[in-house]
Ligand binder design. Structure first.
Ligand SMILES: [Cu+2]
Length: 634
């Protein structure tokens, strides 16, 4: 009897022990290898996992203990960061912050408890291995059921594969920041703009861009890539199979180095159920924009026995990825026409607002008499313009880096000499100018005429901006291709709040800054190597506010701690790992400082991160066992 009792107790104790011990996940072995990347048109050597790029999809279940052994077959140091996973900082995979990295020929075993569920991804945090192909996906099954139904699922990983290696791209950008920006505006577009917006507005715009040393097309600083879905180019047509009426969960991951994609599936609505691994209250959209490093899970229900296209155009329209959802293998969806309405940055994206006082004195070529709308004559004169070499003979009006060149533009606008105008491809006749006398009168020295400018001509407030996460009048504000619903950050509401709501104890403002001329990207004007770490205290709640002073969107990623995006939904504010901050906007998030150690915090655009838009965050205090020890790295 006594024995039986003791035995019973032992069994019970064992059961408790077993229950409280996390189950071991199937251990993974990942080798980091040089791999061939073949997109059909482009064959390059890149970096991948287990012999391929992208690497495999790793599957875990919430509550398990993950074990992943990584073996470095490269001839340089490597690392893997588990993007969006909450884990001990020593397992976070950032060389110099979490650990020293994995030397060639060496292995490192990552072990961590899996404390969450959803769609995530992993990538190298060393050099430019990630743009070179070192990325893969992670699916974590929830402990209990998901609050939505689906019959099958696919990971859909987006990538902007460039023929140049990441290291080469970085060198070229440092030498010439517009090296890969091929959508240079030309004299032809200048004429078009003048016709549409008025010459004065166009001149003003060009001058302003010139002085910022940017172009209104600087939406994507790396063009010339091939968009990949699950490693396949549009021609290679990755295909996900479905049976009509099935609910298909698509786990979109943007593993791009630099590219935001606008994603749609013509003929299907998409119900967004998760963002950055956290379930959100379902919202049905026609299209969504996915910033670099973000994930969105959507559910679609194709009903017809036909192929549907997954279309992902880059935000700047310089590239695209395409794949099919089809009832059978070998089917290819019809690809929709590429949108040619390449967005142009506006004054709003410079953080300028037309209501602000601008420096009028320096604006060349405008007078109160200047008509703001020069009626454009029939377009058949346009081809002539293509032959124009540009005012200064460079044939590169578009690059317009400096004021000297701008002056010449101003001269063109003022055009006291109509003969010169004639030489320039007969602009006079193209531009239906009311009277040549008006032109002759123009005085470019001073500019009292700004007040007369038609704001609409400046792309300011022309369309009703329904997305509060873009500057009013921004050229980047997306529109759905079918005129329907485009997802906004404002639509994201947490399915279940992860943290109780409480006020933040302090606020840290981070200005996102850059100098495009030298291709330096920074935070508060200071690049990583010159910056002090940001210090947080374990247990506090901190509000971070980004002020984007650059004209590019930056996907900001804080490691180790969740970013609770303040999108005005209070306790339902969505919880993310990557927060996109558009040009000319201010975005806040709060974080519960619940993970001790030291963490990376950076823009996820590879070349912005590498050129200084990066900070180390040190969480002071917290459980002794997990405290930060090293001061390695800056
Ligand atoms: Cu950036």
């Amino acid at each position: 009897m006594k024995f039986k009792n003791a035995w019973g107790m032992l069994v019970a104790a064992l059961a408790v022990a077993v229950l409280s011990l996390p189950a071991m996940a199937k251990p993974y072995d990942l080798s980091v290898d040089y791999v061939d990347i073949d997109t059909g048109k482009m064959k390059t050597t890149g970096i991948g996992y287990n012999g391929s790029s992208p690497g495999p999809t790793l599957r875990f279940r919430e509550g398990e203990e993950a074990e992943i052994r990584v073996t470095n077959n490269l001839d340089e140091t490597t690392s893997i960061h588990w993007h969006g996973l909450i884990l001990p900082y020593q397992m976070d995979g950032v060389p110099g912050i979490s650990f020293p990295g994995i030397e060639p020929g060496q292995s490192f075993t990552y072990r961590f408890p899996v404390q969450q569920n959803g769609t995530y991804w992993f990538h190298s945090h060393s050099g430019f291995q990630e743009p070179d192909g070192a990325y893969g996906s992670i699916i974590i099954e929830p402990k209990t059921r998901d609050p939505f139904r689906y019959d099958r699922e696919y990971v859909v990983v987006l990538k902007d594969k460039h023929p140049h290696s990441g290291a080469r791209i970085m060198r070229n950008l440092k030498m010439m920041p517009d090296y890969y920006n091929r959508q240079q505006r030309t004299l032809g577009t200048f004429i078009d703009d003048a016709a549409r917006d008025g010459l004065s507005a166009t001149l003003f715009n060009r001058k302003a861009w010139g002085s910022m040393r940017m172009m209104p097309t600087d939406i994507e600083d790396i063009q010339g890539f091939t968009g990949l879905i699950n490693g396949k180019s549009p021609e290679q047509n990755w295909t996900g199979i479905f049976k009509p009426d099935e609910r298909v969960r698509l786990r979109f991951i943007n593993a791009s180095a630099m590219t935001y994609f606008d994603v749609r599936i013509p003929g299907l609505e998409m119900t967004v159920v998760q963002a950055d691994g956290n379930n959100v209250q379902p919202v049905t959209v026609d299209e969504f924009r996915i910033a670099v490093a973000e994930t969105y899970d959507v559910i679609v229900q194709p009903k017809e026995d036909k192929a549907y296209g997954i279309m992902a155009e880059s935000m700047g329209r310089s590239g695209y990825a395409f794949a099919s959802l089809a009832p059978r293998e070998g089917m290819r969806a019809e690809m929709p026409a590429l949108r040619t309405d390449s967005p142009l940055l506006t004054m709003a994206d410079m953080g300028m607002n037309m209501n602000m006082n601008m420096d009028h004195a320096n604006l060349p070529g405008m007078t109160p008499n200047m008509p703001t709308k020069l009626g454009m004559a029939e377009t058949n004169t346009t081809p002539d313009m293509k032959n124009m070499k540009g005012m200064n003979g460079t044939g590169k009006m578009g690059s317009m880096g400096d004021m000297a060149q701008m002056k010449k533009m101003g001269d063109m606008g003022s055009m006291g000499d109509m003969a010169q105008m004639k030489k320039m491809g007969d602009m006079g006749s193209m531009m239906n100018m009311p009277a040549q006398g008006n032109m002759a009168n123009m005085d470019h020295g001073n500019m009292p005429g700004m007040g007369n400018m038609d704001p609409a001509a400046m792309n300011m407030g022309t369309d009703t901006n329904s997305d509060p996460f873009y500057a009013p009048g921004s050229g980047l504000t997306p529109k759905a291709a079918n005129g329907g619903k485009f997802l906004s950050y404002a639509d994201l509401k947490a399915q279940k709040p992860r943290y109780p709501e409480r006020p933040a104890m302090r606020e840290i403002t981070l200005r996102l800054t850059g100098n495009m001329e030298r291709y330096v990207w920074s935070i508060n004007g200071v690049k990583y190597e010159d910056a002090e770490p940001i210090r947080l205290k374990y247990g506090e709640r901190v509000r971070f506010t980004y002020v984007n002073e650059t004209m590019m969107a930056h996907p900001m990623h804080l490691h180790g701690l969740w970013s609770i995006l303040d999108n005005g939904n209070g306790k339902w504010n969505p919880v993310k790992h990557t927060i996109n901050v558009n040009p000319g906007t201010t975005v806040s998030f709060e974080t519960e400082v619940d993970a001790p150690g030291q963490w990376a915090f950076h823009c996820h655009l590879s070349y912005h991160m590498a050129s200084g838009m990066f900070r180390k965050v040190i969480v002071e205090g917290g459980p002794q066992s997990a405290q930060a020890t090293g001061t390695e790295g800056s």
